[in-house]
Design a protein around this ligand. Sequence first.
Ligand SMILES: [Cu+2]
Length: 266
Amino acid sequence: MLLLLGVLASAARVVINWDVGYVQVNRDGSSGSRRAIGVNGSLQIPPVFATKGGTLVLNVHNSLDVSTSIHAHGIFQNGTNFMDSPAMTVPSLYSTLMLDAPLYSNEAVYGPQTHAIVLKHLEYIELVIKNPSILLHPMHPHDHAFQIIEYDSIVNQSEPVLRYSTKCNAPMQRDTFVVPVNHYVKLRFRADNPGVWLLHCHMDVHFGMGMALTLIEAPDVLRRRPKVPETMLELCRAQGIRTEGNGAGNAGFDLAGLPTPPTIKP
Ligand SMILES: [Cu+2]
């Protein structure tokens, strides 16, 4: 497996080889060693150093007896529209902060790839996630620990397997929850954390195929808060990522030029 992370146009070229394999670890020193997955014989993933403007080539060999996936946070991959977020020309956070009112409250400006949902400040939200596929999906929100208030089969909905009862003190809270095959999960949260947040399947291959949505939470409140640090904007500019306009970097509802969205294959 070869993973090529092209950071920027040439300058220094750094080539790194990773061998992903099994290692024996005993982290707490008391329970005996057990098998874990590491890189180059160590549980500690080696740090990667690259200079600004350089090119990083990361060769990954999979020595495991199963397939695996490598997932980069915050690095744009050359020749693809993949990053650790929906594939947009302008990251949704920047659109939220920089579009004129009331455009930033309109889901359409973020582009269809984001599956944006705009939430009003302090609203109580109930979201039902259905899974009619043949695989379970571990769903992970970035902003809240959702309350799980119900789940059941989507085939036979006579009586939910689990339903939050007011006799309990509180529903369980989770920051990742599995939606079983042919089941749905109903979750509840309060939009009290202004921001732009992902909710996505934590199987990276599903995430990369687009199994994610973006919560644009209380954008009016978010815009009154401290601005994005200039260093973050510089980081985007250095990678050629635009920081103004709608999801396509245009004005209003003009989404011309958006990259082709990933597709989920059956
Ligand atoms: Cu999934």
